[in-house]
Ligand binder design. Structure first.
Ligand code: MG
Length: 449
């Protein structure tokens, strides 16, 4: 893998190799010029390289004449919300999300707190790559101001949203364990739980950037959380990724629910309160189709990536949406994947019923996902897509993002990675064995092209 990746959503790389302060400053200036100066919100996760890149971002933005509003260490969704609430021209998140500790990234947001779409992202790239003189006159150099605890505003936005009913949750006094991988959620997520009247046991909630488990909140990384849930007789466990836009849940038996079910549970709650369509990327579980059908609403499928889901949600006026990797988007609060929002919605769901989470989960439609990677060029995938179309499979074909074949009892999705020369093969079926066998079959077919 290259150690610097430049894309329309920002730049990402290994610290000190691909990703260096001078590159970060250059792209920050480009973004500042793209925004036309004005207030820009900046925040970072807990990575050790965060403060270094924060200063590079400041430098770059000041050179473009921007007024920086610095939130310091905070989650990505907190930055998104702040851009909107503070009426900034844009935002920058310094986080490599679930990438390892030695990586970092700079991601750009527009004046609605949404990640840049392809067109705007390209414009920033063009400015960064051109040699144009964009620096402002020395009298017009930008400024930096600090907001210490925007977390309070973020929590307020959640508990005052209307759908979330703090009194009801406080009455239940849930016993909760939370694991924030020592990332940006380490302060705000436990604070939110306390605000909702929970007894909170914290693990990995020291915001020091030491990712003590695998960074993604997937079942294989949640062993400690599962054990602590059982030992403390907790009602539920929550885990997020280092910048807290993705959330996963563990039931009271210490069973990690697939992160696909974070959105399913959140959607169940929202649809019980208000009728409206939902949106999710094409790789997200079919359990969501069942939930939509039961509620009598439509589900809109999009390309993978938060911005695609958000655009569709705005276009179709959806009441909830997100991605199967644990990313819940609830427009009543803001248009961004938000682990704090997901936490509040799921606790609200739990408080509506007198039953334990395991019972509620067991009543949901169940599907199992199997994911593989095949190292092939993207033209191989294109060829395979053409061939599949010609052969006219007895399946529904969806080419929103790569190729998705939908059969009555399973689906398979083949999608090229934007960052590696691989194709991701994702299959979902009614059992783990079947999902594995389907993903295996397609991976083989692709490799033999
Ligand atoms: Mg993330």
């Amino acid at each position: 893998m290259q150690s610097l990746m430049i894309s329309v959503s920002g730049i990402r790389g290994i610290v000190g190799e691909g990703l260096t302060p001078d590159i970060v400053a250059r792209f920050s200036t480009a973004f500042g010029l793209f925004c036309g100066g004005g207030p820009i919100v900046v925040g970072r996760d807990t990575r050790l390289s965060g403060p270094m890149f924060e200063h590079a971002v400041f430098s770059g933005l000041m050179a473009a004449g921007c007024e920086i509003i610095n939130l310091g260490m905070c989650t990505t969704p907190t930055i998104q919300l702040a851009v909107e609430k503070l009426k900034a021209r844009g935002g920058i998140a310094i986080t490599a999300s679930h990438n390892p500790e030695d990586w970092n990234a700079v991601k750009f947001m527009d004046n609605r707190g949404m990640f840049l779409n392809a067109q705007n992202g390209l414009e920033v790239l063009e400015i960064a790559e051109s040699k144009q003189e964009g620096y402002v006159h020395y009298r017009d150099i930008g400024t930096v101001s600090h907001i210490d605890n925007f977390n309070i505003e973020h929590i307020k936005a959640i508990i005052c949203s209307g759908t979330v009913k703090p009194e009801k949750m406080r009455h239940r006094n849930f016993n909760v364990v939370v694991d924030c991988v020592n990332g940006a959620g380490s302060i705000i997520l436990p604070d939110l739980l306390l605000e909702l009247g929970c007894d909170v046991t914290k693990i990995n909630c020291t915001p020091n950037g030491d990712f003590s488990r695998g960074a993604e909140p997937v079942p294989e990384n949640l062993g400690d959380l599962c054990e602590t849930v059982v030992n403390t007789k907790a009602d539920i466990g929550f885990a997020c990724d280092p910048d807290a836009d993705r959330l996963a849940v563990v039931d009271e038996k210490g069973r990690p629910l697939s992160e696909e079910y974070t959105l399913v549970l959140s959607a169940k709650l929202v649809l019980s309160e208000k009728k409206g369509d939902i949106a999710a990327n094409v790789s997200t579980t079919a359990a969501l189709d069942v939930v939509a059908q039961e509620a009598g609403v439509k589900i809109h499928r999009t390309k993978v990536g938060e911005i695609h889901v958000v655009q569709k949600m705005i276009e179709q006026n959806c009441v909830i949406g997100g991605e199967g990797n644990g990313g819940v988007i609830f427009p009543e609060i803001h248009y961004g994947r938000d682990a704090m929002v997901g936490t509040a919605l799921i606790l609200q769901y739990l408080s509506e019923f007198e039953e334990p989470l395991s019972k509620l989960y067991d009543r949901l439609p169940h599907y199992y996902i199997s994911k593989r990677k095949v190292t092939v060029e993207s033209k191989t995938l294109n060829h395979f897509i053409e061939k599949t179309r010609e052969e006219n499979y007895a399946a529904k074909i969806d080419t929103t993002d790569g190729l998705k074949l939908i059969f009555p009892h399973y689906w398979v999705h083949l999608r090229k990675s934007n960052t590696e020369p691989i194709v991701r093969v994702i299959a979902e079926a009614k059992s783990t064995e079947e999902a594995d066998s389907v993903s295996g079959r397609y991976a083989k077919m692709l490799a033999e092209q």
